[in-house]
Design a protein around this ligand. Structure first.
Ligand code: HEM
Length: 214
């Protein structure tokens, strides 16, 4: 779980930095999106590796949950959690919700099934206008709010996942535990701010599309 989680985490950090280029301007993010699609074979190698990593992560997580349930077939009469955080106890549910979000997100911005007009947006250089697509996507308040809740869940999931990774690789002990918790919450907060900056800037009217999208 730690290895596949780390791969997913690496992708999330890279994706967040990629998205933030929207603040540099349309030319920057559209050139970046074009570069990502420049070598389709390479793109599919990376996508396949990510699908395997995300798939294994979900499968192993579900197995862990089932093992935990099997270890205590009869529920506690009175549950009085002493140490486990709420984030750690809800990993399976935040994880499955994130999976549903990623499916919607790919249909929204990659396959453009949710809004087929997004596929035909182009900028003055004839490139796909990713800049306007993202802004038009977040001009829908319910969609932007759904994204904000979802990236909140991603970060809540990460806040336990990162700490848990240090535990899995054996770095955690009585002295380091507190610090790893602080680092996990700190990184998760930065990831939340990085992802939510885009929908918030659109809702605030700071980012405007190049075209109306029709
Ligand atoms: C507000 C936050 C986000 C924005 C603005 C955003 C933006 C985008 C855009 C524009 C694409 C299409 C890229 C392209 O085909 O050129 C994309 C793809 C994708 N995003 Fe996001 N994203 C956000 C959050 C997330 C999060 C939190 C995750 C993961 C948990 C994620 C995972 C993905 C994946 C897996 C793809 C498909 C990549 C591919 O086509 O190979 N995104 N995103």
């Amino acid at each position: 779980m730690a290895i596949t989680g780390f791969v997913a985490f690496g992708y999330i950090i890279g994706h967040m930095l990629g998205n933030l280029q929207i603040f540099i301007g349309p030319d920057q993010i559209n050139a970046y999106a074009k570069a990502l699609h420049m070598y389709p074979a390479l793109l599919w190698v990376v996508r396949s590796a990510l699908i395997v990593a995300f798939g294994l992560h979900i499968w192993l997580g579900a197995q862990l949950k089932l093992e935990n349930l099997a270890a205590r077939p009869v529920a506690y009469e009175r549950k009085n959690t002493v140490k486990a955080t709420l984030a750690s106890r809800t990993m399976i549910w935040t994880g499955l919700t994130i999976f549903a979000f990623v499916v919607y997100h790919i249909l929204h911005f990659t396959a453009t099934t949710v809004n087929p007009a997004f596929e035909h947006l182009t900028d003055a250089q004839g490139r796909h206008d990713t800049y306007s697509m993202v802004i038009l996507g977040f001009q829908s308040v319910p969609v932007a709010v759904m994204y904000l809740i979802s990236v909140g869940l991603v970060c809540y999931h990460l806040s336990h996942g990162i700490a848990s990774m240090f535990q899995s690789i054996g770095w955690n002990n009585r002295d380091t535990e507190r610090w790893f918790r602080i680092i996990s919450v700190g990184i998760s907060t930065i990831v939340f701010l990085g992802f939510s900056a885009v929908p918030v800037a659109v809702l605030a009217g700071y980012l405007q599309p190049l075209t109306g999208g029709n």
